[in-house]
Design a protein around this ligand. Structure first.
Ligand SMILES: [Zn+2]
Length: 205
C-alpha cells in the first residue's frame, strides 16, 4: 500500500450496515500492516510513550503531519532524515515530539539530535517548501488564506469557499462566492519557480 492509499483510508467514511463494518475491519488491518512496515524501516516513528506498551501499529508519529504535506513530501523527508540519523548512529534514539502547522507552515519538533547531525537543516528545508504546498491535497499552493494563514491550491480554496457559501446560505444570508473568495485569499508571491522540487539536500538560502 502506498502513502497515498493509506491517507485515503484515514479519510474514508463507512456506512452503518454490515458492509460498512466489514470494510472498517479490513481497513483497520491494512492500516496496521502499513504502519508496522513503516516502523520496521523507521523505528524512530514510533509514537512517544508507546514503547514497551501494548502498541499495535494503529498509528505512527507521522500521522500528526497535515495530510497535504505528507502526500507531497512526507516520504522523501522521512527518508532524508533517516539517512542522516544512520550516519550519526542516532536512528534508535531520535524521537518526534510534535508535527503540526503553525503560521501557515510545517513545524516539526523533535527531542534533539547530535551536534554533527544535519537533521535540523533537512527539517528547515521542508518547512520552507510547506509554505508553497497545499495543506489539503499537496499540490503547489497558489493562495494563502487571510487571518488564519494556510496555503491552498486553487481547487482546494474553491472547495473551502463552496462549503462556506453553503453555510451562509443555510443561515439565510445571500452571499457571492466570489466576494468571499477575494475577502479570504491572497495570492502567494513565489520567490522562485522550483521551490516544490527538493534539491540535492543542501539547504536553500
Ligand atoms: Zn489542494
Amino acid at each position: 500500500m502506498t502513502t497515498e492509499e493509506y491517507l485515503d483510508i484515514l479519510d474514508r467514511r463507512y456506512g452503518k450496515g454490515p458492509l460498512g463494518i466489514v470494510r472498517r475491519m479490513v481497513d483497520s488491518v491494512r492500516i496496521r500492516l502499513f504502519n508496522r512496515k513503516l516502523i520496521g524501516r523507521y523505528p524512530w516513528l514510533i509514537p512517544l510513550g508507546s514503547e514497551g506498551k501494548r502498541y499495535f501499529y494503529g498509528w505512527t508519529s507521522l500521522d500528526m503531519m497535515p495530510s497535504g504535506w505528507r502526500r507531497a513530501f512526507g516520504d522523501a523527508m522521512v527518508e532524508e532524515i533517516h539517512q542522516d540519523l544512520l550516519r550519526c548512529h542516532f536512528e534508535k534514539d531520535y524521537r518526534i515530539i510534535e508535527i503540526k502547522e503553525k503560521y501557515g507552515g510545517l513545524r516539526w519538533c523533535d527531542g534533539g539530535t547530535p551536534l554533527e547531525s544535519r537533521v535540523h537543516d533537512i527539517i528547515g528545508k521542508y518547512e520552507d517548501i510547506s509554505f508553497d504546498t497545499c495543506i489539503i491535497c499537496g499540490d503547489r499552493a497558489e493562495l494563502v488564506s487571510k487571518g488564519y494563514i494556510l496555503p491552498y491550491c486553487i481547487f482546494c480554496a474553491i472547495g473551502e469557499i463552496r462549503r462556506q457559501s453553503l453555510y451562509f446560505k443555510g443561515m439565510g444570508k445571500s452571499v457571492e462566492p466570489l466576494d468571499i473568495f477575494y475577502d479570504r485569499y491572497a495570492r502567494i508571491e513565489h520567490l522562485s519557480t522550483d521551490t516544490q522540487v527538493p534539491d540535492d539536500g543542501e539547504k536553500k538560502e
